[in-house]
Design a binder for this molecule. Structure first.
Ligand SMILES: *Cc1c(COP(=O)(O)O)cnc(C)c1O
Length: 436
């Protein structure tokens, strides 16, 4: 019904249900653990997966299903599952694709929580990770694929420095090798970038960020792009091709190109149980309804902030995707409507200047979060990246003077005025003590 409609219409309507009893126009919060069986036999049918009716909210709650379908629609995917956080979304997606002994290729530019999970929990579970430079060429990626490689993992816009992954190139690598491309699209959102159009099989979101948009709820989403030929990849993914209990056909047979989404919901998320509370899905839906409006404003403000900060003498360098990092062509191709709203700045005076700057902010909040309507700032080297060694930080470009700003939707002039007054107040002696 909503397929031919525009993004702005679908963000309000896609997947919506009208509650039969009360006729509520907005999707209600179905605050219920389970769903009444009509009879003994009805219960049997629901558990066997032969009934379309739901059984239990751990993996199937009506409010959550609406929000998941809405995000899937906006991403151009065919199915979606919500989970309790962005971290859980990544863990569940990779847990659906890979098991002990398998190998995952990633870019070397990742959100630090993701890197920690890859180096920590997922490695302890027996997965091997190999990072290639984000700008590695197509042949290098193809050559790095092994028989046991189960996913190529990238962020469309990397957090915190905003390097952009060439999704079209990675999509070609996926098509040539039969290994699905998994893209964390949190920072771009489906308004600015739709990875499925570039060949991604799976899209991941931390819905805690711009999709929810108001800093009120933690959540994650896994979207099945419906674009990967699971039937042709039976050797890599036997879990989608094995016969199911109760004589049911395999996920690949029954769901075709949507097999992964069904497998995630009916097996992986059901087994692990990282459920998003339906009250969170309700707030998430409210956020999604204004996504395009907020993103336009976020982007316009970020561009204005980047421009203003480039001109300030206390700022040695500004990172905003595009010209700042020599990726202008790629950004124009992949992100024609804007490159998100994270602006990271490197202060000439290093860590002491960063402390003086952050402590001098009045409107902008010091906090670890991004994608809020409010502008937020953080010194990542001493917080998010604080557990890394100096060498690791240096390799990732996390310098002593680096401050990440997630630009909100306030009046741009007010944001800029606050950033400026805090920069102006950085003592001159801090500016002279230039640390790389
Ligand atoms: C925040 C974030 C995550 C993790 O999401 P949570 O909802 O905080 O668990 C994953 N990927 C990216 C790019 C993020 O910014």
């Amino acid at each position: 019904m909503t397929g031919a409609l525009g993004f702005e219409t679908r963000q309000v309507h896609a997947g919506a249900i009208i509650d039969g009893e009360a006729g509520a126009r907005i999707t209600p919060i179905y605050q219920s653990a389970g769903y009444v069986f009509d009879s003994f036999d009805d219960g049997v049918e629901r558990f066997a997966g032969r009934s379309a009716r739901r059984a239990y909210s751990r993996n199937d709650n009506p409010t959550n299903v609406v929000a998941a379908r809405r995000i899937a629609d906006l991403e151009g995917g065919v199915d979606g599952v919500l989970v309790a956080s962005g971290q859980a979304a990544i863990a569940m997606a990779l847990g659906a694709l890979a098991e002990a002994g398998d190998h995952i290729l990633t870019t070397d530019r990742l959100y630090e929580g993701t890197r920690e999970m890859f180096r920590g929990a997922l490695r302890r579970q027996g997965l091997a990770f190999e990072a290639l430079p984000i700008d590695a060429d197509e042949e290098t990626w193809v050559a790095a694929v092994r028989p046991e490689t189960r996913a190529i993992y990238a962020e469309s816009i990397a957090n915190p420095l905003g390097e952009v992954a060439d999704l079209a190139l990675l999509g070609r690598v996926s098509a040539r090798t039969g290994v699905p491309l998994v893209v964390d699209n949190t920072v771009a959102t489906p308004y600015l970038c739709r990875p499925v159009e570039h060949g991604a099989a799976v899209v991941i979101h931390s819905t805690s960020k711009w999709l929810g948009g108001h800093g009120s709820v933690i959540g994650g989403a896994i979207i099945d792009g419906g674009s990967f030929d699971w039937a042709a990849a039976a050797e890599r993914f036997p879990q989608l091709h094995e016969p199911r209990p109760h004589g049911a056909p395999s996920f690949a047979e029954r769901f075709g190109d949507a097999a992964l989404g069904a497998y995630l919901r009916s097996v992986v998320v059901l087994e692990h149980g990282p459920t998003m509370p339906p009250s969170s899905a309700f707030l998430l839906l409210h956020g999604i309804e204004t996504l395009s409006l907020r993103m336009q404003r976020h982007v316009a403000n970020a561009v204005a902030v980047a421009e203003a900060l480039r001109a300030h003498p206390a700022v040695a360098r500004v990172h905003y995707p595009g010209a700042d990092d020599g990726q202008a062509d790629l950004v124009a191709r992949l992100l024609p409507d804007g490159a998100g709203s994270i602006v990271s700045i490197k202060l000439a005076g290093g860590r002491d200047a960063a402390r003086a700057f952050l402590d001098g902010l009045r409107l902008v909040t010091q906090m670890t979060h991004i994608g809020d309507v409010r502008t937020l700032a953080i010194h990542t080297g001493s917080t998010i990246h604080g557990k890394l060694t100096d060498t690791e930080r240096e390799r990732l470009g996390i310098t002593e003077g680096l401050v990440r700003v997630s630009v909100g939707i306030e009046l741009a002039d007010d944001i800029i005025a606050d950033l400026r007054q805090a920069l102006d107040a950085v003592p001159a002696r801090e500016l002279e003590a230039v640390v790389s």
